[in-house]
Design a binder for this molecule. Structure first.
Ligand SMILES: C[S@@+](CC[C@H](N)C(=O)[O-])C[C@H]1O[C@@H](n2cnc3c(N)ncnc32)[C@H](O)[C@@H]1O
Length: 240
């Protein structure tokens, strides 16, 4: 289904929520809004293939419709790993469940409808946070990363993908403009771009690359780096 949630002028633009309306159009929304999304999902599968260890768990925190989990599962057939996909939006998780069960040879995935902060991370070899940490309150992000680090096995990997901001005002303006141009090129109108931006204003709080790197260090990671960037969208991998 095509995302036209912000196509008509709205008297009041409400705060963005991952509700039924968003879940219904989510694949179209994220493809047309996040540059490199398809690559990031596919490469998440390759990173999982490299780092997954038998008799451990692969977590997808903020799984939405399960794209990252399914990318991992596709690269790890017949492997003794448990997939755990977490999202606190019932609408997202219902659709995720439907998407998985409609597959031939559906992988065995445990779906948890909960705040990712309530989910203990244990015996993990891969943890994925694709475009989710940005929605967690800033003050709570250190604890999320600390729990992930503690729950990872040595050699395990965290994939952390985020919208970022730049301290440098020229780069901030350039990447913001290019991101908007990307959305316009993908069929969104200027009104849609502007209303969505307002909806996300206090909901999606981006940080700088340096901010993410400092948090990874505070959590205990020593080996990490960006493996993908397009405009103001970035993916990091961190190895325990
Ligand atoms: C942009 S989407 C993530 C996209 C998904 N990872 C993918 O790659 O397709 C963010 C998701 O995180 C979920 N989310 C946000 N905050 C959360 C939290 N504290 N706990 C669990 N899920 C959360 C939202 O419901 C939403 O489905």
């Amino acid at each position: 289904m095509r995302d036209n949630i912000y196509a008509d002028a709205l008297a009041n633009v409400a705060e963005f929520r991952f509700d039924e309306q968003v879940a219904a159009v989510f694949p179209d929304m994220i493809q047309r809004s996040v540059p490199g999304y398809g690559n990031i999902i596919a490469m998440t599968g390759l990173i999982a293939e490299r780092h997954a260890q038998d008799n451990t768990r692969c977590y997808d925190l903020g799984c939405s419709l399960g794209a990252s989990t399914l990318a991992m599962a596709a690269r790890l057939p017949q492997r003794a790993v448990q997939f755990i996909a977490v999202d606190n939006s019932p609408a997202m998780l219902d659709r995720c469940r439907d998407a998985i069960s409609s597959l031939d040879n559906a992988p065995d995935i445990t779906l948890l409808c909960d705040d990712l902060q309530n989910v203990p991370i244990a015996n993990a070899s891969v943890v994925v946070l694709n475009f989710t940490l940005q929605f967690v309150p800033l003050a709570e992000r250190d604890a999320v990363l600390g729990n992930i680090y503690n729950g990872l096995q040595p050699g395990g990997a965290l994939v952390l993908s985020e919208k970022i901001r730049f301290e440098n005002p020229v780069m901030q303006e350039l990447t913001t403009d290019l991101h908007h141009a990307f959305k316009i090129a993908n069929g969104y109108s200027a009104l849609e771009v502007s209303q969505k931006r307002n909806a996300l204003e206090n909901v999606l709080i981006p940080e700088t690359l340096a901010g993410h790197e400092e948090r990874l260090r505070r959590a205990g990671f020593r080996n990490f780096g960006a493996w993908f960037q397009c405009f103001n969208f970035l993916s990091l991998v961190a190895i325990k």
